[in-house]
Every structure is written in C-alpha cells, then in structure tokens.
Design a protein around this ligand. Sequence first.
Ligand code: WTA
Length: 655
Amino acid sequence: MSIENIDSILHEERLFQPSAEFVKSASINSLENLKDLHEQAEQDYEGFWAKLGHDEISWQTPFSNVLDDSRAPHYQWFSDGKTNVSYNCLDRHLESRDNNNAIIFEGENGDIKTLTYHELYSQVCCFANAMKARGIGKGDRVVIYMPMTPEAVVAMQACARIGAIHSVVFGGFSAESLKDRIEDAGAKMLITADGGHRGGKIIELKQAADKALAGGCASIETVIVFKRTGHDVGFNPDKDIWWHDAIKDMDNNCEPEWVEAEHPLFLLYTSGSTGKPKGIQHSTAGYLLGAILTMKWVFDIKDDDIYWCTADVGWITGHTYVAYGPLAVGSTVLIYEGAPTIPDCGRFWDICERHKVSIFYTAPTAIRALMKQGDEFPAKYDLSSIRLLGTVGEPINPEAWIWYHKIIGGERCPIVDTWWQTETGAHMIAPIPGAVATKPGSCTLPLPGIMADVVDEAGNSITEANKGGFLVIKKPWPFMLRTIWGDDERYINTYWPMFDGKYYLAGDSARRDSDGYFWIMGRIDDVLNVSGHRLGTMEIESALVAHPRVAEAAVVGRPDEIKGEAIFAYVVLKGDRPEDGIDKKLTKELRTWVSEQIGPIAKPDDIRYADNLPKTRSGKIMRRLLRTIAQGHEITQDTSTLENESILQQLQGKR
Ligand code: WTA
C-alpha cells in the first residue's frame, strides 16, 4: 500500500464557535473539561475505560479484567463481565421512563405509530419468546432483511435479548447479496417482511428472500414474515410463518440471556477491497459502551430530545444510532420508513416540524440532494425545534455544510461531522459540540480515549500541517470490531498489515491542519463511497464479469456532485466491441444485471466498452489511469507500457 499524491486541495478557514446558548446546557461545556477527559485517558488508559465501563453499563456480573491484549490484534475488553444489551436498552429504563416514547415511527404512506418504553419492552420480549420457540438461542445467527419499521428494531433487540447474533442485510440489497450473507453467516433464521414502502414504490423483500432461499441458504430453518404492505407474496408453509402468528400467545416477559462481554452482538457485512464482503463482528459490552458514550458526548443527548438519525438499520449508522444508542440512553428515536422526496422534497423538514425533532443526523449526500432543490422547501417549515445537526458517511463539502448550518440549523445549531466506520462501532473523530469550534468539512478532533493519528509509511506521526498520510488508531478501543466472521486471517491482513501490526489501519487518508484538526481525504483502497455507502470496486467487477457477455471489467469512481462518487465501469466483451463503442441495449442490460447481483446502489453510472484494459507489465490493471480518464482529466501517466495505445481512445470514449 502506498500513498500516492495525497495532497490537500481544500483550505477552509472559517471557524464556528459553540453558541453561548448551546454551551449553557451542554454536558461537556468547555475545552478545559474536554482536555481533562483526554488527559485522564492518556495518563491511565485502562483506568479511563474501566471507569466508563462500570458507570455506563448495567452489569449482571461486573468485570475486573479491563483490556486483554494477549492475543493481539484480537483484543478483549471487560471479558470477565456479563451483561445484556437489550436489558441495558429497555429494562433499566422501565422504572423511570415506562411511559416515555422510545420510538416514534412514520411510514412513507403517512402512518404514525409510537411505542413507549414499556410497549417496546413487551414487543421485544414477545418476539424473543417467538424466536426461542423456533429453536433460536445463544450464538445462533439470524439474518434480518426488513423495511425501516419499528419491527426491525424489535427483531434486533430480541436477538440481543436471547444472545442470538444478528446480521442485518440492507433492504436495498438483491436476493443474490442476501443469499451470500446468509450462507457466510450460516444463519438459522431469516426475519423479513412482505415488503416496504420506499420512493412511492413497494420494495419486494419477500420476493427477494424467496429467490435467495430457492438458490441455496440450506441453513435457514424458519422465515418470519412481518406484514407491512399487505400485498400478495409467496408463502412456503414448510418454513414461513407470519410475524403476527409467531408472536400469538407468547409471553411478553422474557428473561435476558446474560452473556459474556465479548459475546458477539452482531455481524454486519461491509465492502472491502476484494470481491467478497466482510462480516464485521462486534462485541456486546465494548460496543454498547461506544454507543452510549457517543450519544452523550457527541449528540449531547438530553431526556427531552427527539432524536432522528435518517440511516437505515441495514448500515452501521442505523445499528449504533437507531437501534441501540438512543435506547441505551433512554431517549426517543424517530424512525422514518421512506424516501426524502415523497410526496415532495420537504418531507424531512415536515417530519422535523411535526415531531419536534431536536437532533437531526444525516448523510452529506442527502444534504446535497435536498440543497439542490432550493430553499423553498425548508422555508415552509418551522425548524426551530432542532438544536443539533450531524453528518456521517463521507466528507461534507463546505458549501453543503454552510447550507445545512444556515438553512436547516438557522445558524444556531452546532454541526457534528462524525468520522467513523462499520469497524469502529461508534464515532471516533468528531466535535464535542459544547466545547469544540467547528470548521466546515473537518471532523475536528478525536474523542477522549481514541488515539487517532496521521502517519507516514513507516508509521511516524506526520507533524507537518496539511500533509496527508494514513489515518490510524494507535491503541485498541472498547467498541472496535473483534474479527471478520470466519476469517481471522483477513481481519489481520486488512486492518493490521503495517506498522508491525500495532496500529489499526482505517483505510482512509487524512491530514491535520495547524490547529490539529483532522480532514478526511478519502479511501486508500479500492473502496468507493457512493452516497455515503461503501462499495468495493472488485464486488462490482465480479458482478459484471458474471454476465455471459462480459470478459473483463474494471470499475473506478468518479466525483459526483450529489452522490460523492459515481460508478464508472470499463468493460471488455467476449467477442467484438460494439460499433463506435455504443450499445445502449447492452448497457441497460448490464446496469440491471449489476442491480440484480448486488443491489440498485451498485448500478454503474457509466459503462465504456474497450477492446482490452490498460495493464502494467505485471498484468495489473492501471486503475489510476482509468480514474484519470473517468474524471475527464488529461492523461499525465506514463502509458508507454500499454500494448495497444489505441485503446486509450476507446477508454476516453472517442470511439
Ligand atoms: C467514510 C459509516 C469523511 C470513510 C459510518 C470511512 C467519512 C467510511 C466520514 C466508512 C466523515 C465516514 N467524513 N469520511 N464524517 N464518515 N466516512 O463503514 O471513508 O459505511 O472509512 O461507516 O466512510 O464507511 P462505513
């Protein structure tokens, strides 16, 4: 791995101090307080985490071991303690906030439903009992393929309650992707729905689930189907059971299964630089601690907040900041099922006004898309309930940041730009809103106890301002991933390949400015960030070459105003290249094909046909060259090693 031309082009000087109004009620309300926390972590790293672990988590058996590094880089935290995540999210709030709303749900079609802590507790227990009745217990894997409804959270919490390991698959993934994930995890149960509402259409979840099961998934014994849309779907009486039938006569109390701190809470598949997605495995207690602390530190959550994170539960953000974090701290989380454009581009702001949302957390891609629609939409709504804004998933461009600040935040709300990953479990680098001044486009400073740094290839800290390098974390932290499911080797090779295996390699490049603020510059591996979602170029390439007419494919990203990155595919066909490089019918077919293989988010935006692909003498595809071409830039690379220079013309689309 090498860092080529990571030079910063962005220079943003504006500084936004926390407002006096915000600081007044903030729990960490000055740089001194924050520095104090940082110092505690530096002086006694284990002591720092031990105290937080004891204070924030309700334990059935308290821990005495803090960090066990004897099997590094397989680290263990709080390993002799026992707890249960669902207990921490539900039971422990019953006394003080039984009747407070845990969830406010709004369907795309306008249904509204609220669940108090007591109601959510009953539903989770009832569903946990239904799962147990179908033979699910501690350590069994359960795949959840659901629309964004409260039942998705109920299913996740129910798994946590009985010690089953869930693996949520985003509803936008195809049958093929679902099948791969079920098989990799060896799941015994699938929880799905007839469908979901999104973008004014029905997402055919059950249909995809049936297709996945028809093609394999022998480990699945039961499929529980939640009725959401009520449209006709296939039903296989051997394995399928409706959710409402499964919970009939089930007790609405269910003792939590007390599990070891290190017991896996969930797997979540994410893209890496090879074709096969990785099942990122998270722990119970360490993960929970990250969710709780960052809700308090970064979102400064208060009892009366109405908190809305727009992420789907199919992504890590929907795990930590919808299904677990907000409930673990006893707050109210809003869940919206659908698209931001239904019935029009004011939907998000309409929801904020009607439900008095006070904390709003979304992705830069959504902000850019809504910004493009103009200020009329937000102007129609009263957004004065919002007190804090957040972003996640990709760098936010200063223009979108300023729009968010002015138009949505009324220049009064701090913006927390949160850098983290599926692997890190929770926020890692983010402003503490009552203490840290923000700069548009920077995720600012690492959280207390997070030893983030920017280093060169030898692992030395880069002290020169604005010089790019590898983003690393120099000490293990409680909410880090534990391994890749079934592939310890890949875990070690992916995250600990450099610096003697001592530093966690995030896979991002970053720089620090003269104030020590972090600026994320992008991925150093072959991972694209499309609308804040990670996609491996190899994954898309494998999907393309699986098409009977495709011989070879190379996929790169090209900058896109709304999506961050767009997908650009170069394709070599078996047989002749289409005349003048144009075959609209095939292009459409290949786009649909990729969508079926992976999901609509992976559809290439551009496909260009060539007689062959540019390769180095050792046979490696010259991706940098392809990237330059996709961006429409002048080629400055050495192309003398190309066998056939005329393909350059083809790759550039010059027929
Ligand atoms: C990128 C999403 C810049 C980064 C939580 C990271 C960001 C990848 C930010 C992880 C941010 C996430 N600024 N880039 N605030 N947040 N990223 O696993 O490249 O879906 O490595 O987790 O998204 O994506 P993932």
